[in-house]
Design a protein around this ligand. Structure first.
Ligand SMILES: NC(=O)c1ccc[n+]([C@@H]2O[C@H](COP(=O)([O-])OP(=O)(O)OC[C@H]3O[C@@H](n4cnc5c(N)ncnc54)[C@H](O)[C@@H]3O)[C@@H](O)[C@H]2O)c1
Length: 258
């Protein structure tokens, strides 16, 4: 029996990158999944490739900024795979702009997706978790939640707040059996990071510099983040609550690279 047998997990941003790796790892540990992504075609393709029976794998194209759509998706998940008892808030986007040139649209997009979207999902799922006597929520934050890379405003602000939400909800619902935790990945090899490198005049040099900054000379794979996600959503850490696990190969604790 897998480590996530009996878990019915709602995962956002599951069509690629870290979310997809988490979904694959959770499925391999016998969880039932309901996957959300705003990229309908990609989501349908990856869900099809997973090849799990409908009773164990449902999906719906939805934007996490649309609270009504998320509420409807949670209800749909309940009828397809059973009442959701775990949530992984993974969907997120980079929004980087010079502070004084950040438009209202950029600011709103950053906070609507990276913070409010996660809250929309918590709000939709929490009543079911409380009614069931407990459950787990895992927010995919970032090392941007407590350190700053210059020229990445306002993304780190939203990730700081996501940790605030993790702590706040973790305390509010601890007595109801709900654990709320976060993972703070450093650089992870996904399209998002490739897009970040491509934003530099010399993307290859930017990539090489990223590797040089890391104590181990490399960045994480999505699967390495998923290993921790499986543990944190499982029953193997029942007293872990309102905290954040950093997975960055040691990047954020070094004073400067060797
Ligand atoms: N890649 C990294 O280096 C890194 C590092 C730290 C934290 N993170 C965080 O991990 C999470 C996943 O990042 P990734 O690198 O896998 O990203 P990614 O861009 O590879 O994948 C993100 C997925 O989320 C979906 N998505 C985006 N906005 C959405 C919305 N509003 N509603 C529904 N779906 C939406 C996208 O369509 C995409 O499929 C994000 O929260 C990101 O901030 C990533």
């Amino acid at each position: 029996m897998g480590r996530l047998n009996g878990k019915r997990i709602f995962i956002t941003g599951a069509a690629q990158g870290i979310g997809l790796a988490i979904a694959q790892a959770c499925l391999a540990e016998d969880a039932s999944l309901f996957l959300i992504d705003r990229d309908a075609a990609l989501l349908a393709a990856v869900a099809g490739e997973m090849g799990a029976p409908a009773a164990r794998l449902g999906y719906r194209a939805a934007d996490i900024t649309d609270a009504d759509a998320i509420r409807a998706a949670v209800a749909k998940a309940g009828s397809e795979i059973g009442t959701i008892n775990a949530l992984i808030n993974n969907a997120g986007v980079n929004v980087f702009a010079p502070p004084l040139e950040t438009s209202d649209d950029e600011w709103n997009r950053c906070f609507d997706i990276n913070l409010k979207g996660a809250w929309n999902c918590c709000k939709a799922v929490l009543p079911g978790l409380i009614a069931a006597g407990g459950g787990a929520i895992l927010n995919i934050a970032s090392t941007h939640a407590f350190t700053i890379i210059p020229h990445t405003f306002p993304y780190p602000l939203a990730k700081h707040a996501l940790i605030g939400m993790t702590k706040s909800l973790g305390l509010e619902y601890a007595a109801r059996g709900v654990r709320v935790n976060a993972i703070a990945p450093g650089y992870v090899a996904t399209q998002k990071v490739i897009d970040y490198w491509n934003g530099f005049p010399d993307p290859d040099a930017a990539k090489a510099e990223t590797m040089r900054l890391h104590p181990g000379g490399r960045i994480a794979s999505p699967a390495e983040i998923a290993l921790a996600a499986v543990f944190m959503i499982s029953d193997e850490c029942p007293f872990m609550n309102a905290t954040c696990l950093t997975i960055d190969g040691g990047l954020s604790v070094q004073q400067h690279p060797a």
